[in-house]
Design a protein around this ligand. Sequence first.
Ligand code: SF4
Length: 211
Amino acid sequence: MNTKQKKISYEGEIIAVQPRSNVWRYRLDNRTHSHIGYNLFLKGNADGEEREFVIAISEKQQEKYKFHIGDVIKGTGWTKLYPQLEYADYYRVGGLKKILSAPNREATSAPWNDEVPALSVYEWRGCRMLDKRVWSSKCKTCKWACMANVAIEYDWGISQKFRFESFCYGQKNCKYYKMGKPRAVPYKNCGSSYDEGWLDEICTERRGLDE
Ligand code: SF4
């Protein structure tokens, strides 16, 4: 066990379920999304403190427990070894138990807060950059919202920069959607290029405006 990490217990109500993804950026023409599980946003007690926190679970765990907003759950998790690489507060989650089961909602408009689909659905749909303030104020409970762990290839094979970025996998004509400012992608000794949205068009080219 790494001594920087700690195993903690938590119990809380699910307030949002979003896909968990890693994004790799290299200059302007590469933005690769890998879908690695789900983030559960919880309100409750973690490591003896009342607060909101996020746990990372696998696709298999989501398939097994079918977590919904409103479920009350408990379990254990580990603190992060490298906080800059992972948005969730806790991962390597174990001992999961549903204490209270909420029914799946029937969402008829955005934010879409019914059960999240399989990761292959997110992969097929692709995503667009989503303004961080809109992610947090309007989209938090939407199954199409995502806060990704981003690695920027800053000096090829030598160093990377890390940050978190918000994305939307939802309908292109959603009334809440706002791209936000173009995103800087720096590279050593070359300044920054700006992702202004054309990668979004490529990532979501399979879908029409209302899909
Ligand atoms: S903008 Fe995207 S994430 Fe936000 S509510 Fe609409 S579909 Fe959901």
